[in-house]
Design a protein around this ligand. Structure first.
Ligand code: CA
Length: 415
């Protein structure tokens, strides 16, 4: 059986080839469905498992019609990995082709994509050395841009899970307290420096018991998959509030997630070695093998009544700290990760200016204008701008992509 070919027509440049087969949650006719996707067709899994090929998985009734994928993920990789491979096999077997007319398939335009997982905890790392260096140069000492801990541990903070929204949900510009340059007292008002951060989200697929660290050797088994993530940031609120305990209201007004979770297994062909880490890290952070992933990323801005313009092209492979190290560090004190938790990568910037993953860096703290077409420029995000992030690995019938995470920033409440 040729597993590169399906009887479903897949448009050129589709992120959703037979090599991908991601998982998500959609609503069709007011019912939740765990689903997958090939080309522009969404596959309703509760309907698919009625086919004989899937009987052996004995998926409990109702589990594929829950509002989140958490129970499906909790079945464990011993079931979900062969289940995904069975979908690939079934989609390649020409004898199933008549199912294209069945209620297994719905066009992507005829479903509503939802948050794929219930996320109880969200952690945001800071793992791109280029991003951390750029921020350090802008706000601290250009000669000592990285703080002393940075090369020794993957820096992170605990974010806010309740305000993570799926692609397509608009967010309002936040109100808050800021301190203007040279002012003697803070003022209250709408943030003037709303920014995106280009990140990847790791969706945790296996919990560890409180008090039981996960080693780098075990950590990959804890990863269900990856999605695109926009860690919205209000730079002016953040700047005034973050000392000494770190990000708070400048971050928690919203973060955006793409609806499809691409499994770590689908990304296997795109493993690459990460940057060399110097000095050598402590033993609990050491790892073996190629643990970064070559994922092409882009960010575009679309002003209202205008075309979208790409302002950044980056790659996930630039990450200094990889997922195994982030998980090992997160759990080294015994902290328990839970299914559906999100570990965000931190802003993914590369070495050249066009690969910077935030407006803070692209506009160099507001000192440079970024062209967004039609004679318009931006230093941060304006009201009614839509920011869209995309990502994919590979090409042609081996392309494994994430679709997009797209969010419009509305005026502040009451404005
Ligand atoms: Ca971030």
């Amino acid at each position: 059986m040729n597993l590169t070919q399906s009887w479903i027509t897949i448009p050129d440049q589709s992120d959703f080839t037979l090599a991908n087969i991601p998982f998500g949650i959609c609503v069709v006719d007011n019912y939740y469905h765990a689903c997958s996707r090939i080309g522009d067709q969404v596959i309703l899994l509760s309907h698919l498992v009625q086919e004989d090929a899937f009987a052996k998985y004995e998926i409990p009734d109702g589990l594929l019609n829950e509002p989140f994928l958490n129970s499906f993920i909790a079945l464990g990789k011993s079931i979900t990995v062969p289940f995904r491979e069975e979908i690939q096999s079934w989609l390649s077997d020409q004898s199933n082709a008549s199912a294209v007319e069945s209620d297994i398939f719905y066009h992507i335009d005829d479903v509503v994509m939802m948050m794929p997982v219930h996320t109880r905890d969200y952690t945001d790392f800071y793992s791109s050395i280029e991003h951390a260096t750029n921020v350090g140069k802008m706000f601290r000492d250009p000669e000592n841009a990285l703080l002393p801990n940075w090369r020794h541990l993957p820096v992170g903070y605990h974010g806010r899970a309740s305000s993570i929204v799926v692609s397509g949900v608009d967010l309002h510009r936040p109100m808050g307290q800021t301190m203007a340059k040279d002012a003697s007292a803070p003022t209250y008002g709408a943030s003037k420096r709303v920014d995106f951060e280009l990140e990847m989200a790791c969706i945790i697929g296996k919990e560890n018991i409180l008090g039981s660290p996960v080693s780098t050797a075990e950590a990959e088994a804890s990863i269900f998959g990856l999605a695109l993530f926009n860690d919205w940031s209000a730079r002016d609120i953040q700047k005034w509030e973050y000392v000494p305990l770190g990000p708070f209201l400048g971050k928690s007004f919203g973060s955006s997630l793409s609806p499809w979770i691409v499994t770590i297994e689908a990304l296997n062909p795109y493993r690459v070695h990460g940057p060399k880490q110097e000095p050598e890290v402590l033993p609990y952070l050491q790892y073996e093998g190629a643990r970064n992933f070559d994922i092409n990323l882009s960010v575009s801005i679309q002003p209202e009544d205008s075309e979208e313009v790409v302002v950044c092209r980056s790659n996930y492979q630039y990450m200094y700290w990889n997922l195994l190290q982030q998980i090992a560090h997160h759990t080294v004190n015994g902290c328990n990760l839970q299914i559906g938790d999100i570990l965000a990568s931190g802003t993914i910037s590369g070495k050249n200016e066009s690969s910077y993953g935030s407006m803070l860096e692209l506009s160099w703290a507001g000192s440079k204008k970024v062209d967004v077409g039609n004679g318009q420029t931006r230093v941060f995000i304006d009201d009614n701008d839509t920011v869209t992030m995309r990502g994919h690995s590979g090409s042609g019938d081996q392309r494994v992509g994430f679709g997009e995470v797209s969010t419009k920033i509305l005026p502040a409440h009451g404005k």
